[in-house]
Structures are given as structure tokens and as C-alpha cells.
Design a protein around this ligand. Structure first.
Ligand code: NAD
Ligand code: MG
Length: 403
């Protein structure tokens, strides 16, 4: 779907000087970096809505700076605190899931930056798509869980989806100006995470702190653990399948520990394109907001005058079974990727609270994929039920684990 947009789509807000934003998940890693881009181009943006899960203090600080029309606090118990702080500024305060969905579909908003983490972001992205917004999508889990449904809704409501994820942004950039039928394959690069060279026999003793120490990127806790298990790359394969309408057999993964080449596209004439740069999420966030333009910005450059070696190696699929689990779920189709995602989210949460070992994460996902039934064409209600059921299955299984 993205290559077609690159050719045919009108530029975002060609007629409009100011792009009106709703930043969902504004207190997270992607959300705060999105606001860095707004600070860099204050004349180009108006922030209409900001949302947070639990971090009321940061949400209040952001609201005082950007003066949005409304803010949403996910945790309804903190609503009063936010209301008291923002009442003098006349900022409307909403709470919970309904508030989030309202912020995603505000009439005056042009672009919704979807930067919630996990399944919790799904409904708000669907609301934004139904309202025909431009969606700058960081929340990859939405496409993993509901790629089929979101693709269908995008066509129906003539919405647009531009990737924020660095690999998908790289591919999106490589596809600009290329005919849609000229793509032979996509190669997603992966850093390999903190355990690329660690012996597999020691994986059982990996601690939370070790898994949270990513060598190249500073990100939220969930995606950092996903990078350590390489499930992040598995989720990104599913994300790429839906964003670029390319079957799984034509999407591969290549480990590139320096995170400088952000991904490749191989074309039907044998030529390949890649997009390169230092690992800095503000670059793909800015491109998602400036597309189809490029805006000059002072992000740090690679030093091309220095000698440099770029290293690539195939992923170790035995050491990182999450990658094959993602391909398996994508192959099974229907709700299988939603099962994969829910089991992963639940297992990662358990690992982060020291309830299971690192090696229990792929085991829990494998079991869930083997036991939760798959529905071929799930609707939103089914996907919500499937998510809950899968989490229940993982929790039940985990009761039998002792660490
Ligand atoms: P994060 O944990 O730093 O931030 C998540 C945001 O969502 C926070 O504002 C949090 O308050 C909000 N949130 C979480 N749960 C919520 C809930 N139940 N209700 C309402 N709000 C809730 O996460 P992140 O690292 O910024 O990642 C966000 C998304 O972007 C993820 O899907 C991730 O995979 C993707 N992504 C992140 C990076 C990165 O560098 N951080 C890179 C590529 C893709
Ligand atoms: Mg990525």
C-alpha cells in the first residue's frame, strides 16, 4: 500500500500550512521524540491532543508547553490531578480508552501519531483510520494484530498510514518513485540486540537489567525486551507484510549490529536500495511528518570521511526462536499473529516482573500458538477477545513454571 501512495498520494496538507497533530502516547520514547520534532519546526505544527498512560506529571508539563485542546490520561485515578493542573489553561481532560479514541478522531486533527505501545494502541489507531486521518504509525503491534482489518479500513475510509518504525521508514523512502510491481524482496536489518554473541547455553540466566541494555537504541521497556529476543524483528516482518503488501516469503532479516543501514529493497532488475543514517528515531519520525517533503534538520550526521566497515550476518534462528514463531504465525494467517502478539506481550510483562526466565518467553508464545484456535477473518471484537484469551492461556501455563 505504501508504494502506491508514494506515487499517487497528494502531499500531506499541501493546502494547509500548519499540520494539526494528535500525539497518542506522548510521554513515551517515540512520543517525546515526536515533540522534539514539533519543537524543531514550531511553525509547521499545532498540537491538538496529547495522551499518556500513567505519567500524569509529564503529561501536565507537556500540556503547559504545547497548549493542546485536550489531553487524555489512561489511568482514570489520575484524572483529577491532571484536571486541577490544567483547568486554569482551559484544557479539556479526558480519561481511559474512550478518551483515547476521541483524541484519535478529533475533527480538526490532520495527523495522528500512534505511539502507544502494544495492543493498547489498537482501538485508537482504528478510530483514526475510520476518521480518515493521516496516521504516522509507530505502534507496530496494531498491524501485527489487525493487519488485514486495518488494510481493509484504510481502503474504505481513504486514510493513509506512514511508517515511523526505522526499518519501514527506510523501505518507504527507498520505494519513493519506484513502480509498485518492481519490488522483488525486502530485507529488514536487525541489530541482533544485546545477546547476539552471548552463548545460547547461558540464555536461561539472562537478567532483566541485561535484557534492558540495548547496544544502539534507547527505547521503551517492551520493545527493548523484544529486541533482545528478536521478536521485535518478527513483529516487523508482519508489519512489513501489511504496509508494503509483500508476502512473507519475500521478506527476510539480516543482522547488522551497527544499525546504520536501516533496511533494503531489492528490485526486479537485481538492483538494491538502502537507507542509511545514525540510529536516531527522530529522523524517521520527522520523515513520517514531512513526507513527501524533506525538511532540513540538524540531526547528527554519519562521518563519511572516516574509514568504515559495515558488518552483516544471517540471524541465528536457533538461538532466537521468536523470529521463526513470527513467520509461523504470519503463515497461519487470520488471528494467529494476534495470538503471537498477545502471548509475547504477556510473557514480556512477566519477564519484566521477574516471574519467568528469558527462555520462557518463546516457550510461552509457542504454547499459545499451539492451543488458542485461529479465526480466518477476525473482526475487532474477535481480536479483543482473542487477546484476552491468549493472555489467560499464558498466565495459566506460567503457574506451572518455577524460577
Ligand atoms: P514507551 O513505553 O516508551 O511509551 C508508550 C506510550 O504509550 C507512553 O506514553 C505510555 O504512557 C502510553 N501507554 C502505554 N500503555 C498505555 C495504555 N494502556 N493506555 C494509554 N496509554 C498507554 O514505548 P515506545 O518505545 O515509545 O514505543 C511505542 C511504540 O513505538 C511501540 O509500538 C514500539 O514498538 C514502537 N517503536 C518504538 C521505537 C523506539 O525507539 N522507542 C522504535 C520503533 C518502533
Ligand atoms: Mg524497528
Amino acid at each position: 500500500m505504501c508504494p502506491k501512495r508514494a506515487e499517487n498520494q497528494e502531499p500531506v496538507n499541501r493546502e494547509v500550512d500548519v499540520q494539526r497533530l494528535s500525539v497518542l502516547g506522548s510521554t513515551g520514547s517515540i512520543g517525546t521524540q515526536t515533540l522534539d520534532i514539533v519543537r524543531l519546526f514550531p511553525d509547521r505544527f499545532e498540537v491538538c491532543a496529547l495522551t499518556a498512560g500513567t505519567n500524569a506529571d509529564l503529561l501536565i508539563t507537556q500540556a503547559r508547553e504545547f497548549l493542546p485542546e485536550c489531553v487524555v490520561i489512561g489511568d482514570a485515578r489520575r484524572r483529577k490531578q491532571v484536571e486541577e493542573a490544567l483547568e486554569p489553561l482551559g484544557i479539556r481532560v479526558l480519561a481511559g480508552r474512550e478518551g483515547l479514541c476521541e483524541a484519535a478522531a478529533l475533527d480538526k486533527v490532520d495527523t495522528v501519531v500512534a505511539a502507544l505501545v502494544g495492543f493498547a494502541g489498537l482501538e485508537s489507531v482504528i478510530e483514526a483510520v475510520r476518521a480518515g486521518k493521516n496516521v504516522a504509525l509507530a505502534n507496530k503491534e496494531t498491524l501485527v494484530v489487525a493487519g488485514q482489518l486495518v488494510t481493509h479500513l484504510l481502503k474504505e475510509h481513504r486514510g493513509t498510514l506512514v511508517p515511523v518504525d526505522s526499518e519501514h521508514s527506510a523501505i518507504f523512502q527507498c520505494l519513493v518513485g519506484e513502480p509498485a510491481n518492481s519490488v522483488e524482496s525486502l530485507i529488514l536489518t536487525a541489530s541482533g540486540g544485546p545477546f547476539r554473541t552471548r552463548p545460547a547455553e547461558t540464555f536461561g540466566s539472562i537478567t532483566r537489567a541485561e535484557a534492558l541494555a540495548h547496544p544502539n537504541w534507547s527505547m521503551g521497556a517492551k520493545i527493548t525486551i523484544d529486541s533482545a529476543t528478536m521478536m521485535n524483528k518478527g513483529l516487523e516482518v508482519v508489519e512489513a507484510r501489511w504496509l508494503f503488501d509483500i508476502p512473507a516469503e519475500r521478506i527476510s532479516v539480516l543482522v547488522h549490529p551497527q544499525s546504520i543501514v536501516h533496511s533494503f529493497v531489492v528490485f526486479s532488475d537485481g538492483s538494491a536500495k538502502a537507507q542509511l543514517g545514525l540510529p536516531d528515531m527522530r529522523v524517521p519520525i520527522q520523515y513520517a511528518l514531512s513526507y513527501p517533503e524533506r525538511w532540513p534538520a540538524p540531526h547528527e550526521r554519519l562521518d563519511w570521511s572516516e574509514a568504515m566497515h559495515l558488518h552483516f550476518e544471517p540471524p541465528d534462528r536457533a538461538k532466537f526462536p521468536c523470529l521463526d514463531l513470527a513467520y509461523e504465525a504470519l503463515g497461519a494467517g487470520g488471528s494467529a499473529p494476534a495470538i503471537l502478539n498477545a502471548a509475547n506481550e504477556q510473557a514480556v510483562a512477566l519477564f519484566l516482573s521477574d516471574k519467568i526466565r528469558f527462555t520462557d518467553i518463546p516457550d510461552a508464545i509457542d504454547r499459545a500458538l499451539g492451543s488458542v484456535p485461529v479465526q480466518e477473518h477476525p473482526d475487532l471484537a474477535y481480536l479483543i477477545a482473542c487477546d484476552a484469551e491468549t493472555r489467560r492461556v499464558v498466565l495459566e501455563h506460567v503457574r506451572t513454571i518455577t524460577i
